[in-house]
Design a binder for this molecule. Structure first.
Ligand code: SF4
Length: 329
């Protein structure tokens, strides 16, 4: 049996002190829905769990100008049902409700969901080669069964898809992530927070081992209230995305004034498509231009043996999300 220490942190400073003392061996735990799963599989083996549930990070509050600041410990269920989220950022509410099961959403936190790790079966099986879990060991998915894997942002070291629905919505909403370390706080644009695998798939985000996510800010915008999330999966509930799309549109009459587009299930990180957005702005909100945006979004796709179907499925998912958002579906 492995020895495991547990400490309940009284405040952020205490948590950061414990994390900094053994950055490679300590792990913060909030809802634990992903971490405990991976510990049971021996994929993550922390020597000490730092419980951060006592930190005052469970609030959703308005910020100047009409945006929202969401604490890192806000549970996914609470966030999905929050009246201001439903009213101002419906895409976020829909994405959260599309993820996991009610029981998991009741436990899972905003911060943990941002850091949710891939569902690549080879990553979760310690007998398999995996550069993400064990740098330099290889990637069993490249020539293995890769139906669920990514087609955008891939490298010859890793093709794992980011599994979070919520992350796709946050990428579309121009969110910022707030991070605290012992030396102070910093904010990172959400679309820069996660990293593509490149030659170091083990490095998944810009978060340092001795830092904590404290929250997310959603800015006010002209497009967020008109936003939708569409997810395609193998069964109707409790399944990860084959493809998904988070879309927000600001319309002037029938012309697109501003657009935000992000894709899920196809990217190694939550995949914001500025190419699709550029193809939409100034154009009529119709099927012809939605299809052109979908072409632009998937232009750089690099499918493998079993996931080529995702390219066209992602295009169709995006057209569907745009049509629903524009009210023409
Ligand atoms: Fe590991 Fe990434 Fe390859 Fe999956 S795709 S086996 S996570 S390196």
């Amino acid at each position: 049996m492995r020895h495991l220490d547990y400490v309940a942190a009284a405040d952020a400073n205490a948590a950061l002190q414990r994390l900094s003392a053994k950055p490679q061996e300590a792990a913060p735990i909030g809802g634990g829905t992903n971490l405990l799963d991976l510990m049971k599989l021996h994929v993550q083996n922390p020597a000490v769990l730092v419980d951060i549930n006592g930190l005052p990070l469970s609030q959703v509050r308005e910020v100047e100008g009409g945006g929202l600041r969401i604490g890192a410990l806000v549970r996914n269920s609470d966030l999905a049902q929050h009246p201001l989220v439903r009213e101002r950022y419906p895409v976020l509410s829909e994405a959260l409700l599309a993820g996991a099961s009610p029981q998991l959403r009741n436990m899972a936190t905003l911060g943990g969901n941002i850091l949710q790790r891939t569902r690549c079966a080879y990553f979760r099986d310690v007998s398999q080669a995996c550069n993400k879990r064990e740098p330099g060991s290889g990637c069993a998915a490249l020539d293995g069964y890769n139906r669920m894997h990514a087609v955008l942002g891939v490298s010859d070291k890793c093709i794992a898809a980011n599994p979070s629905d919520m992350n796709v919505a946050l990428a579309a909403l121009d969110a910022s992530v707030h991070v605290q370390g012992l030396k102070g706080e910093r904010s990172v644009p959400f679309i820069d927070f996660h990293l593509v695998p490149g030659t170091h798939p083990d490095k998944e985000s810009v978060l340092q081992p001795e830092e904590l996510i404290t929250g997310v800010t959603l800015p006010a915008s002209g497009f967020a209230a008109r936003s939708r999330y569409v997810k395609v999966r193998d069964r109707a509930a409790y399944a990860f995305a084959l493809t998904s799309a988070a879309v927000a549109l600001e319309l002037e009459g029938t012309t697109v004034k501003a657009a935000r587009v992000a894709l899920g299930g196809v990217g190694t990180k939550p995949w914001r498509s500025k190419e699709a957005e550029a193809a939409l702005v100034g154009k009529p909100a119709d099927e012809v231009h939605f299809k052109a945006a979908a072409e632009a979004a998937l232009k750089g796709a690099k499918p493998r043996t079993h996931n080529a179907f995702k390219v066209d499925l992602a295009r169709r998912t995006l057209v569907r999300a745009l049509s629903l958002t524009a009210g023409i579906a």
